[in-house]
Design a protein around this ligand. Structure first.
Ligand SMILES: Cc1cc2nc3c(=O)[nH]c(=O)nc-3n(C[C@H](O)[C@H](O)[C@H](O)COP(=O)(O)OP(=O)(O)OC[C@H]3O[C@@H](n4cnc5c(N)ncnc54)[C@H](O)[C@@H]3O)c2cc1C
Length: 401
């Protein structure tokens, strides 16, 4: 098929950030091209896909993108053998079928006029002086654009080559690794489960069980806190095998289960990019490390920041000014969405791991007893301003918060 070689907005990557950007820019009238290295949208899945109901509502997605809706949260500490379960009394989120989710987003982008080029790897930016003016692909093609939005995930291909990311920025990588399993004896299909314990589960992160049906669940682990010694994928596989083994708190549920998909990936733990834009370029989603530092939630942020990058692209092209001076508007828009929430989350991660999880268990037990489950949702959504974080963790006031 003959490909177009010129557009207003060139988006690198068809993950949540890229598709959020493409839907928005094509809906607002910009000629938009997405270049995706994979030959199929949504494959391979590199995410567990736990997200909030508002994502489904805000992006007009059909309910079939959700494998299983969520209305309660369970936390178990293998360190202290304490547990707490909080029923929110309504559906608050769900676990996505990530393949269908990304395809439905791609359908929206295509319906608004986006062209998607599959099985083509972007290799470097095209430059006009110090302005990014398109991309080159591994097969030698050149696609020109007024603005490039780099949504290539942790590889951050254009951001790196355009010098926005220093070579040591990705020094600390978080890793997530999970199996989606059949024959899992689900505790409660509407409950998402987290398992913590520095020695017992994983040193610097948490384990999870996300039901995706009556006999199916995603079972995995990730790192969220910075590790003194960085963990590698083989370490995560070892920790996950232990989490599935005889001494695990979920052993009786998982012992007959079999994996039918593996989802794994990395993300930066170095914090958000200080400057996710330069002349002719914006960076969104994991490429700019825009996931929650608290629990690693990235899908909602990738969509939101892809959308904001595209809105900025519309304003910049209307003003005929794609200089970095104009594009800093993008960072302002992201800041308005986040307020101080990521700073508060980063402060909480200074608390030593088991001290932090035990404090969380105590806090959730107290909030459950007082009926303040909305504050629990704010915690899970990384949506706490400082006063709210102190209300949840009063003992950390002045020490970490
Ligand atoms: C194991 C794991 C579990 C997770 N679970 C959750 C969860 O439950 N909930 C949640 O909210 N977040 C979760 N996250 C985080 C979330 O998945 C990411 O934050 C989110 O996917 C980021 O979206 P993105 O579009 O920025 O990047 P990505 O999803 O990484 O998409 C990037 C896209 O760019 C393409 N690409 C890369 N390089 C090139 C190139 N050179 N040329 C062309 N295309 C390219 C890739 O193929 C990919 O399609 C998880 C992450 C991991 C690793």
């Amino acid at each position: 098929m003959m490909q177009e070689r010129e557009c207003d907005v060139l988006v690198v990557g068809a993950g949540p950030a890229g598709l959020g950007a493409a839907i928005t820019s094509s809906k607002l009238g910009l000629r938009t091209i997405v270049v995706e290295q994979s030959s199929e949208i949504g494959y391979p899945a590199k995410s567990s896909g736990l997200t909030w109901k508002e994502v489904v509502d805000d992006w007009n997605l059909p309910s079939r993108v959700i494998s299983q809706w969520t209305s309660s949260f369970y936390l178990y500490s293998a360190h202290s053998t304490r547990e707490v379960e909080i029923d929110f009394g309504r559906i608050v989120g769900g676990t996505l079928n990530f393949h269908i989710f990304l395809q439905e987003l791609a359908f929206q982008a295509i319906r608004h006029g986006t062209k998607i080029i599959l099985a083509e790897r972007v290799s470097e930016p095209l430059m006009d002086g110090d302005f990014v003016c398109g991309v080159k692909t591994a097969s030698g093609d050149e696609i020109r654009s007024k603005i490039v939005i780099d949504c290539s995930g942790p590889s951050a291909v254009i951001a790196k080559k355009a010098g926005l990311i220093s070579p040591d920025w990705n020094a600390e990588l978080g890793i997530g690794f999970e199996y989606e399993m059949l024959n899992y004896k689900v505790r409660n299909p509407n409950t998402i489960e987290y398992y913590v314990g520095e020695e017992e589960i994983v040193p610097v992160g948490y384990g999870w069980v996300l039901p995706t049906g009556m006999d199916r669940a995603k079972v995995g682990l990730d790192t969220v806190h910075s590790a003194t010694e960085s963990l590698e994928i083989k370490d995560m596989i070892n920790y996950l095998n232990r989490f599935l083994g005889e001494n695990s708190p979920i052993y009786n549920r998982v012992k007959d289960a079999q994996p039918f998909e593996v989802h794994s990936g990395v993300y930066s733990l170095s914090g958000m990019l200080d400057k996710p834009y330069s002349n002719g370029l914006m960076v969104a989603g994991d490429a700019a490390s825009q996931a929650s530092p608290l629990l690693g939630e990235g899908i909602r942020y990738a969509l939101q920041f892809g959308k904001r990058a595209a809105e900025t692209a519309v304003e910049a092209t209307n003003a005929n000014d794609v200089s970095e001076d104009y594009l800093k508007l993008y960072q302002q828009k992201c800041g308005e969405y986040l307020r101080e929430t990521f700073e508060v989350a980063s402060d909480l991660l200074k608390v030593p791991t088991d001290e932090y999880w035990e404090a969380l268990l105590g806090a959730l037990t107290r909030l459950k007893a007082s009926g303040n489950t909305e504050l629990v949702i704010k915690y899970l959504k990384t949506a706490m301003i400082r006063e709210e974080a102190i209300e949840i963790f009063p003992a950390f006031e002045g020490k970490y918060l």
